[in-house]
Design a protein around this ligand. Structure first.
Ligand SMILES: Cc1ncc(COP(=O)(O)O)c(C=O)c1O
Length: 472
């Protein structure tokens, strides 16, 4: 069917292939509307396909698409309404359509892409407006990991001007973050040559928030000892418990000492659009990270690094290259980003804000916050579950199954987390919090309903009791 003189053409009319994809996508969306009773295992046909070597000859595009869809259906898809593990995502429908459009045009945001470049800058401003952060500049990245790295690279150049060229030989930099900071910060300081030994763990309070008094002490001790503070990283929504470090007091400490203040809001910052008081002080940060692929619901990969000072990113990343002359454009996007070739990740969020409006986003986030309160209240009201005393800061709710006759609660909850994943009615992961094993549901999906929330307790209690009986 394929024409040897015209390689890489589809063997079916492309409109037909597109209709086929549209059908597969619509089926997937319908299946995400409701919870499914189990997660199907890999079937034999798919297993065989996934073991095959590189094919030299083609199969028909229809067959290949059906096999791809089957592989997707037999995978753990985060958009399902009862996916509560880690920090999930929703694959927002308009976002998925945006990805198809962006991939079709496949522009490169490294250099000026005309309308797409302006669109990205507008989307950066919209994210700033949404969360209440006065962004002067920013860029879309592949995730919180790269957004954090981008921000800390700018902080390093501010604290140690010229270090991007001269390196850090002989210098003694340090970065400060709470003991529960996401390990993307640890990786960033490693890759930036600061070294994870110089990432100071600032102790946390009973609600898992950074202690500003101990932060100030650590910084002042370092300064007295000849160390250069590069940045303080506050987390606005920690990955483990959703705690929000006290941003205003931390801003105060940074401003008094002239230290770069970064807020890692990869998970939590979108909630600043709904409960701004909890994030007071974020507007004083030099930089923030926000993952749109977490709590702004769009498909991966879509994060934003925002900075308050316009030139901070170009001072860190700009280069003069023969193949990238600056005569025509003041700056190329690659002058403010770590990546060079870069897809138009902004399109899915831009489309989503236009197609839904900011108000619907606030509504969806507000519902997720309410779901977390519902689970906390319901678990706290049952004798067979334990929760934290304080209500959830955001949408992560650690719970533990505590049946009367089980002494080894950590082993019990670990076995329960594994049983829940094998069972498949709800999808949860365990987490180690202060040395103890908890189940750690997180609500960041606009499809989740109150019934889905309550299913967590029903399924956990049912499987937990079974494990407890088997252990007797
Ligand atoms: C607080 C925080 N920062 C950074 C990250 C890393 O983000 P990404 O996975 O998008 O690289 C995460 C991921 O969960 C996170 O929770």
């Amino acid at each position: 069917m394929t024409d040897p003189d015209r390689p890489l053409r589809l063997d079916a009319p492309r409109e037909e292939a597109l209709e086929h994809v549209a059908k597969l996508v619509a089926e997937a969306w319908r299946s995400f509307d409701r919870p499914r009773p189990e997660e199907p295992p890999l079937d034999e046909r798919l297993r065989a396909i996934l073991q095959a070597g590189l094919p030299d000859a083609p199969v028909s595009v229809h067959e290949a698409l059906d096999d791809a869809a089957r592989a997707m259906d037999e995978s753990i898809a985060q958009p399902r309404p009862r996916y509560f593990a880690f920090i999930g995502s929703s694959g927002l429908e308009i976002g998925a359509l945006g990805d198809l459009l962006a991939a079709t045009y496949d522009m490169n945001l490294a250099v000026d892409a005309r309308a797409a470049t302006v669109l990205e800058q507008q989307a950066v401003r919209w994210v700033g407006e949404f969360i209440g952060y006065p962004a002067a500049n920013g860029a879309f990245t592949s995730g919180g990991t790269i957004s954090n790295m981008t921000a800390l690279a700018a902080a390093r150049e501010r604290a140690l001007p010229g270090s991007r060229a001269a390196g850090l030989g002989g210098l003694r930099p340090a970065v400060y973050a709470s003991a529960e900071v996401h390990y993307s910060i640890t990786r960033a300081v490693e890759l930036l040559g600061i070294g994870s030994d110089r990432l100071r763990d600032v102790p946390i309070d009973a609600e898992h928030r950074m202690r500003p008094d101990l932060l100030a002490e650590a910084i002042d001790r370092d300064i007295a000892g000849g160390v250069t503070p590069v940045a303080v990283v506050a987390t606005a929504g920690t990955t483990l418990t959703g705690a929000i470090d006290p941003l205003a007091p931390i801003a105060e400490i940074c401003e008094a000492r002239g230290i770069w203040f970064h807020v890692d809001g990869a998970y939590g910052l979108p909630a600043a659009a709904v409960v701004p008081d909890r994030f007071a002080g974020v507007e004083r940060a030099d930089s923030v990270s926000v993952d749109a692929h977490k709590w702004l619901y769009v498909p991966k990969a879509c994060s934003v690094a925002l900075v308050r000072e316009r030139d901070a990113l170009s001072q860190t990343f700009a280069h003069e290259q023969g193949y990238l002359p600056h005569q025509q454009h003041e700056l190329h996007a690659a002058d403010i980003t770590l990546e060079y070739s870069r897809p138009l990740r902004a399109l899915k969020l831009w489309l989503a804000f236009r197609a839904h409006g900011a108000a619907q986003f606030r509504e969806a986030i507000g519902r997720n916050l309410a779901e977390a309160q519902l689970l906390h209240r319901s678990a706290a009201g049952r004798p067979d579950f334990e929760t934290f005393d304080a209500p959830p800061h955001l949408s992560i709710v650690p719970i533990r199954h505590v049946p009367a006759h089980v002494a080894a609660l950590d082993a019990h909850n670990q076995a329960l987390a594994e049983a829940i994943q094998a069972d498949g009615r709800v999808y949860l992961a365990s987490a180690l919090i202060e040395g103890a094993v908890w189940l750690r549901p997180c609500f960041v999906n606009y499809r989740t309903t109150d019934d889905d929330v309550m299913a967590i307790l029903d399924v956990a209690a049912e499987l937990g009791e079974r494990i407890e009986k088997e252990g007797r």
